[in-house]
Write a protein that binds this ligand. Structure first.
Ligand code: CMP
Length: 493
């Protein structure tokens, strides 16, 4: 946790940045700004003392949805990191406050960007916000809609992805599509035959906005353009369904099982182009002192997907870190903040894709020193962890919420003290200070997309252009390309 002070007009955060803290306004006011297509901004809301923002980032891991600017001198914000939210949510009043605000803003933000609601009056959208329901699921494979059932609602995906599967008369099934944030499902039965045409399952952690039948029908009646749009989507889906061969269905199924659908930056190697020189692996080792890349993994169509961090949309490593040492840069890369790391290995255990390795501290130090030398930075050892050093007044300092020019980031020691306050307080009262620093025996390493360097080592050093980073939406949006039918996919960056 930290407290930051801002002068009037100072930028707190930009739209699109991954700042995942919940921010409480301790003093002053902030204004929220949206950006129009012509890049001009307009104010959408003002929040004052006692209010908060950042619930979409803290709960869902979503980047900031507006620019936030301090609107009064001496504005002071308390930053509660994402990993501390569970403690806060233990308080029923705080939980209700944050959850209600989250629901309202999540639907409003979603509605703003949807083609489905184009031309719909704001009052009607507000009515929908009040009547809809938010449903969250944490794992894949949960049935949301069953083929043949009566239709009772339309669902809009607000986070994550769902998988559409059709059962065929011969007893087989085919994966038709993954639908992601901003897409809807359940429209066919509502506007057509009355019964569901396919099954829909969660494809991982996901969040849905459920509009009941009556609300959806009223929307279509009042706004015929909405119905026209939905019918055009149905036609497109019927056309696309005809292209799904058993082979494509199999590729889609495996990709879902392997979690590729949730990847924000997937490393893929076009096997038609790869000459197996291993330059990608060598470049990784040369840059980081230790290669985080192994040129083996799963083959999807003509692409090899090596076992390497894919910077998940829903990063379990980040959610499992007890000290907040796994962070996301404003641009989306997930990296380790080593001075916060206590070497517990939770991140490596939590990663479902084996993309994080724990390496012994001496080896880690040598690799870090080599990397620091390569980029011309001094090398400092990660913070040594002292157990339960007493720091009288720490809790009071945090609670009082000093305004500071620089973010006041808690060290792991301070975090541990807040975590275990009673022990700290009693240690402080008795004036005990634990002297022995404890250095973790191992540290986690993984790909951080060569953060801090002007290029990605593996991609940059591939002599044939076989290695590339793509978003899963790019890869799976081009299923023909995955099969090898229509050339390479477009690179993400
Ligand atoms: P409905 O028939 O009400 O319930 C199943 C839903 O799956 C259907 O509405 C669509 O929303 C969705 N669906 C069916 N076929 C496809 C497809 N080819 N592509 C994407 N979504 C589909």
């Amino acid at each position: 946790m930290c407290v930051r002070g801002f002068a009037s007009g100072e930028l707190v955060c930009r739209k699109g940045e991954y700042q995942l803290d919940l921010c409480f306004i301790l003093r002053g006011t902030v204004d929220l700004y949206e950006r129009k297509a012509d890049k001009n901004t307009f104010k959408v809301a003002s929040l004052s003392e006692g209010n908060f923002f950042g619930e979409l980032g803290a709960i869902r891991g979503q980047p900031r949805t507006t620019d936030v600017v301090a609107a009064a001198d001496d504005t002071s914000l308390l930053y509660i990191p994402r990993h501390c939210l569970t403690f806060l949510m233990g308080n029923p009043v705080a939980r209700r406050m944050v959850t209600e605000r989250y629901q309202e803003r999540a639907v409003r933000v979603l509605a703003q960007g949807l083609e489905l609601f184009k031309g719909v009056a704001q009052e009607f959208i507000e009515q929908l916000i009040r009547s809809c329901e938010i449903v969250r699921h944490e794992t894949r494979g949960i049935p949301l809609i069953q083929q043949g059932e009566e239709a009772d609602a339309l669902y809009i995906v607000s986070d994550g992805a769902v998988q559409v599967v059709v059962d065929r008369p011969d007893g087989s099934h085919r994966i038709l599509e993954y639908l992601r944030a901003g897409e809807f499902f359940g429209e066919m039965a509502l506007l057509g035959g009355g019964v569901r045409s396919a099954n829909v399952f969660t494809a991982g952690r996901c969040e849905l906005v459920r509009l009941d039948r009556a609300a959806f029908m009223e929307l279509c009646q009042r706004y015929p353009k909405v119905e026209t749009h939905v019918r055009s989507v149905i036609e497109r889906r019927h056309r696309q369904e005809k292209l799904i061969t058993p082979e494509i269905s199999e590729i889609l199924e495996r990709s879902g099982q392997l979690g590729y659908v949730q990847a924000a930056a997937l490393l893929v190697m076009d096997l038609d182009l790869c000459v197996k020189c291993d330059n990608c692996v060598k470049a990784c080792e040369a840059l980081h002192g230790e290669s985080r890349l192994v040129r083996s993994g799963v083959t999807i169509g003509k692409y090899l997907v090596p076992v390497v961090c894919r910077h998940c949309e829903d990063p379990r490593c980040m959610n499992s870190c007890p000290t907040g040492a796994v962070e996301r840069r404003p641009e989306g890369e997930i990296y380790f903040q080593y001075d916060m790391c206590i070497g517990c290995g939770n991140c490596a255990i939590a990663c479902p894709y084996d993309s994080i390795a724990m390496i012994e501290t001496g080896k880690f130090d040598r690799a870090q020193a080599k990397k620091a030398a390569a980029v011309g930075r001094p090398f400092y050892r990660p913070y040594p962890v002292a157990s339960h050093c007493a720091a009288p007044g720490l809790w009071e300092r945090i609670s009082a919420g000093h305004a500071k020019d620089e973010p006041e980031r808690l060290t792991v020691v301070e975090f541990a003290q807040i975590h275990d306050r009673n022990e700290t307080v009693s240690a402080a009262t008795q004036g005990q200070v634990a002297a022995e620093p404890q250095v973790p025996v191992a540290f986690p390493i993984k790909c951080d997309l060569c953060n801090g360097l002007p290029f990605m080592g593996c991609v940059h050093n591939c002599p044939t252009g076989a290695a590339m980073r793509v978003s899963s939406a790019t890869l799976f949006g081009q299923t023909q390309a995955i099969r090898g039918g229509s050339g390479p996919v477009r690179k993400a960056r």
